[in-house]
Design a protein around this ligand. Sequence first.
Ligand SMILES: Cc1cc2nc3c(=O)[nH]c(=O)nc-3n(C[C@H](O)[C@H](O)[C@H](O)COP(=O)(O)O)c2cc1C
Length: 217
Amino acid sequence: MYDYKANIEQSRYDYNRSILLETSAERNPFDQFGIWLKEAEDEGIKDYNAFSLSTIGADGFPNARIVLLRKFDRSGLTFFTNYTSAKGQQLDHSEKVCLNFYWNTLERQVRIYGIARRVSEEESDAYFATRPRESQIAAWASMQSMEMRSREQLEEAVTHYTNQFAGKPVERPPFWGGYSIVPHYFEFWQGRLSRLHDRLIYRVNQDFEWYIYRLAP
Ligand SMILES: Cc1cc2nc3c(=O)[nH]c(=O)nc-3n(C[C@H](O)[C@H](O)[C@H](O)COP(=O)(O)O)c2cc1C
């Protein structure tokens, strides 16, 4: 049970770490995102690269979970997962996604809409090869999002794959890899005093140029 009365202090708390104005924001949202991501890292935020990934289920329900951003440049934002997981199946059904990054102490969030596509096998191989061996084994052992009998079932699968790959490199499971999200909408939210926050939107016009406008907080 929870009630706002237990946390009246929160309603009095004001956001005042920074500001976000059209005059100083980067013209390109990837540049602006890169600056904010770096500042979140420098702030020492644990899992500063974590974001909420929303997909659309076959039943029409939105479905959100946290994943980690592993790479980003102007071609897209990349994360890695199990392709047969719930999110993988939902992405097979609809490639439309919404991302949300939240950096608490910086009083910032970023919302992104985009299209998710699988990265190349080579790119998934290259990233998988950098993973700790335990994580590589876990990728084989976990049928992500499938119902399990028990915790023991998972641990038995880990033992099975540890033996199978003993003395050799763990190859990437064919059902595991990356998605790259190509964004067409960015929203940068900066908390301000008295709930008068800054919200700058970047969208693409007919000439494929980014333009910026402001939303009411
Ligand atoms: C901080 C954090 C980081 C995570 N990173 C990933 C990730 O990069 N990839 C992934 O598949 N799951 C990651 N997870 C687990 C997912 O949130 C989720 O439980 C899992 O992917 C299964 O989701 P699904 O059943 O909707 O497919 C992370 C969870 C947390 C809390």
